[in-house]
Design a protein around this ligand. Structure first.
Ligand code: SF4
Ligand code: SF4
Length: 143
């Protein structure tokens, strides 16, 4: 695959190219809380119930937006709204006209380079099925 991410815009990428940009960190599948006063977004360590925490993949990917109310297809979202994505996410980076990190699988050629870079949610997240009350999400906000 050529370095399409350096020559194409997000909106002109093929479906295969688009999907290959996702490094599988799983961080976008973590529950977030928004400060109503400031609009600041806080990421928690609690993952969506459909995230397989071993490999950080959605167990119902093709049905995700139907099964989970606040799940979204990133391709359908205005790219200017990507500021809630982690700063390591390729979609956010490319929208902000920044390069991918050296550990990105498209550059490293290795899927496990994401884990080695320490950004995989599988290293620190727990499933929402493991917590008693979703009203306690505040207790799981990440530093
Ligand atoms: S944050 Fe970005 S790179 Fe990570 S899983 Fe979500 S879409 Fe993929
Ligand atoms: S439904 Fe799937 S893609 Fe959407 S947040 Fe949950 S695990 Fe992630």
């Amino acid at each position: 695959m050529s370095k399409f991410w350096e020559t194409k815009t997000l909106s002109t990428m093929t479906g295969e190219e688009w999907e290959s940009l996702c490094d599988g960190c799983g961080q976008c599948c973590l529950h977030k809380l928004e400060d109503e006063d400031t609009g600041d977004i806080y990421m928690t360590s609690v993952a969506c119930k459909l995230l397989d925490l071993k490999n950080c993949r959605c167990t119902k990917y093709s049905l995700r937006t139907e099964l989970v109310a606040d799940c979204m297809n990133l391709r359908d979202v205005d790219f200017h709204q990507y500021d809630w994505l982690p700063k390591t996410c390729a979609y956010r980076l490319l929208h902000e006209q920044k390069p991918l990190f050296a550990w990105h699988p498209l550059i490293s050629g290795q899927k496990n380079s994401v884990g080695k870079a320490g950004i995989s949610a599988s290293d620190f997240a727990i499933s929402e099925t493991a917590i008693e009350n979703m009203d306690d999400l505040e207790d799981y906000i990440l530093e």
